[in-house]
Design a protein around this ligand. Structure first.
Ligand SMILES: Nc1ncnc2c1ncn2[C@@H]1O[C@H](COP(=O)(O)OP(=O)(O)O)[C@@H](O)[C@H]1O
Ligand SMILES: [Mg+2]
Length: 272
């Protein structure tokens, strides 16, 4: 598997590399780095009458560029809702969400779609690949939607497939692949447009133990290369392996926010 190969994504292939990351050496430096995700006083209610308990309840959360954050919490605690709001797939009932310099509040559907295309890579539990497209065409799709030149897109897609160790599958149909292979294709697709933010919602939730370990190593490598990642998972060992910061939701509120011992690229382990 290629994921544990050092430097399998070049630094220059990832955005946001010039921004300082991790624990700053003095407190004033901290205020200099703009968060890549700023969720501010966000409430999300699905119930139009507003009588049901909100899925997110006055939530505040900031994520710095280069951080890998795992979001834990029981089923129904609001994890997917949070991810969907950050991805611009849904809108908060109140409060504001700013991602990679874009304030999502008030954007049109078209502007949100452009935001997602350019700034967000997303990986889901059940892969969400298009079964009537080949692996290569699945990976090319985000670039086509973004209007990238075909030759450049193809070169980028082939490079990603090779880096993720699935270049031999370029002409295969997703339906014939193992779960672990499908998730690698989904990660390649998510990275196609070099998004500053990678979101993953239970990416190992449908995988066997060996494939889950592959995806875990892949996420670790991506983070070590500087990719900002927000990972929603039930799996505390996945969170501990991939994230330097763990937040936990309960009933739509933040009940925990702490640093793990994981210290990629010298990020110091401090308990928040
Ligand atoms: N589309 C929806 N319509 C109505 N209720 C929803 C919808 N999505 C989520 N919910 C509710 O919001 C709460 C949080 O759900 P979710 O964010 O999916 O939690 P998690 O991902 O942590 O399991 C749950 O009570 C869930 O039933
Ligand atoms: Mg969920």
């Amino acid at each position: 598997m290629s994921a544990d190969r050092p430097g399998f994504l070049t630094s220059s292939s990832l955005p946001g590399r010039t921004t300082s990351r991790g624990a700053p050496s003095n407190p004033t430096e901290e205020t200099v780095t703009a968060p890549i995700v700023a969720v501010s006083d966000v409430t999300k209610t699905y119930d139009p009458t507003g009588t049901a308990r909100p899925a997110l309840d006055a939530l505040d959360l900031e994520i710095a560029p280069g951080e890998a954050v795992a979001v834990l919490g029981r089923s129904g605690s609001g994890k997917s809702t949070l991810l969907n709001l950050v991805a611009g797939l849904d809108r908060p009932s109140s409060g504001s969400v700013t991602v990679a310099g874009v304030t999502l509040t008030g954007l049109s559907e078209a502007a949100l779609a452009a935001f997602r295309r350019e700034r967000i890579g997303m990986v889901f539990q059940f892969f969400n690949l298009l079964d009537d497209l080949t692996v290569l065409d699945n990976v090319l799709l985000p670039a086509q939607l973004a209007g990238m030149r075909r030759g450049a897109a193809r070169a980028r897609a082939e490079e990603l497939l090779e880096q993720l160790g699935i270049d031999r599958l370029a002409r295969s149909w997703p339906g014939g692949l193992s779960g672990g292979e499908r998730q690698r294709v989904a990660v390649a697709r998510a990275l196609m447009n070099r998004p500053p933010l990678l979101l993953a919602d239970e990416p190992t939730g449908a995988l066997d133990t060996a494939s889950a370990a592959d995806v875990r190593e892949l996420l670790r490598s991506l983070h070590a290369e500087g990719q900002t990642i927000v990972l929603v998972t039930h799996d505390t060992s996945l969170a501990a392996a991939c994230a330097e910061r763990i937040v936990e939701l309960a009933d739509g509120r933040l009940v925990r926010d702490e640093r793990t011992g994981l210290a990629p690229q010298g990020v110091s382990a401090v308990t928040a």
